[in-house]
Design a protein around this ligand. Structure first.
Ligand code: UT7
Length: 315
């Protein structure tokens, strides 16, 4: 856990979603499912799936938008961190391909990280660490996933849940409040995706176990951030959870006894986009004017690994 005056602040965000919308009704033509089952169990109504778009394409569109909105010179960047487990290549990384596509500076670390659905929050922490060791103030942090690449579209228990997309943020090292909590607990049985060379490289998930893990871990992350910062949940304007399942978020809201409106949700439109879900949500919130200077937000992610992460930041 970290408390420091060398905090991190989001300067601008961007997002990119594939053009193709696939509704629950359309999913019901692929597998034995229904709109009623998917909505009642998850809250998901549709998702975006790539039809030829690549991970690098989504990531670079989101990143270009964030950079343009930030209005900084690319030379001011001191790091590029991309969170993904669905990269186009084993190597080069998506981060290196962003450097190529967006002509990012060469004199900075550019790397991909994999912490599954907690990845964007791990990415913020990695970027902050790299900035603290260097001389530049700004970093590009991206969550980009092409989950349709690892989803078995014959497995109804997983294929209805996931979508593709990317979200990006330009972040700046400054002295606004920033608190973080990250962790991992090795588990390759409940939620895993076999690597290169496996004949069936699909995502496997015991949904009930992940559900129980999430509803236990999210409130613990929030509590840890509140106790580090000395703030109460009433002083937090929004909580942005990894967008996996509306029922998970409702459980957490119930446990914490706070109004539902404090928890932002957009999973009905995109499904679970893994490490892209939090930056996509943040971008929507900025674009809709929900996030105003001085507000305080908590973001919490959980996912394969198991991993978890949370940050408390000032807008
Ligand atoms: O970012 C990664 C994090 N992942 C998650 O957060 C996932 C967390 N878990 C969940 O969201 C929920 O566990 C699920 C939505 C995945 C599943 O909900 P559930 O209430 O735990 O359902 P279940 O797995 O217990 O399945 C209940 C029934 C089963 O049928 P039987 O055995 O009771 O006859 C399944 O075969 O629902 C069936 N089922 C489906 N039926 C229609 C499973 N998938 C489907 C489907 N359509 N798509």
């Amino acid at each position: 856990m970290t408390e420091t005056m060398n905090g991190l602040h989001i300067v601008a965000t961007g997002r990119s979603l594939p053009a193709t919308v696939v509704t629950n009704e359309q999913m019901s033509h692929m597998v034995d499912t229904s709109d009623e089952w998917i909505v009642s169990r998850t809250g998901i109504r549709e998702r975006r799936l790539c039809q030829g778009e690549t991970n690098v394409q989504l990531a670079s569109e989101a990143a270009a938008q964030a950079l343009e909105r930030a209005g900084i010179e690319k030379e001011a960047l001191g790091a590029c961190v991309v969170s993904t487990f669905t990269s186009d290549y084993g190597t080069p990384s998506v981060a290196c391909m962003l450097q190529k596509k967006l002509a990012l500076p060469q004199d900075m670390p550019s790397l991909d990280i994999n912490a599954a659905c907690s990845g964007f929050l791990y990415g913020l922490q990695v970027a902050r660490g790299l900035l603290l060791q260097g001389e530049k103030r700004y970093a590009l942090v991206v969550g980009s996933e092409l989950l349709s690449r690892v989803v078995d579209f014959e497995d109804r228990s997983t294929c209805v849940l996931f979508g593709d997309g990317a979200g990006a943020a330009v972040v700046e090292l400054d002295d606004r409040p920033y608190y973080s909590v990250m962790g991992a607990q090795g588990n390759d049985e409940v939620l895993y995706c076999p690597g290169i060379g496996n004949p069936r490289p699909f995502l496997h998930m015991a949904g009930g176990d992940v559900f129980r893990f999430a509803v236990d871990r999210i409130p613990r992350c929030i509590d840890a951030l509140l106790s580090q910062s000395g703030l109460t949940l009433e002083q937090i304007d929004y909580v942005v959870c990894h967008q996996a399942n509306e029922r998970i978020i409702r459980h957490v809201v119930h446990k914490l006894g706070v109004p539902m409106e404090k928890f932002y949700m957009n999973l009905a439109k995109y499904g679970n986009t893994s490490s892209a879900s939090i930056p996509i949500a943040l971008d929507e919130m900025y674009c809709d004017g929900l996030l105003q200077p001085g507000m305080k937000i908590i973001c919490v992610g959980f996912g394969g690994g198991f991993t978890w992460g949370g940050v408390l930041m000032e807008v």
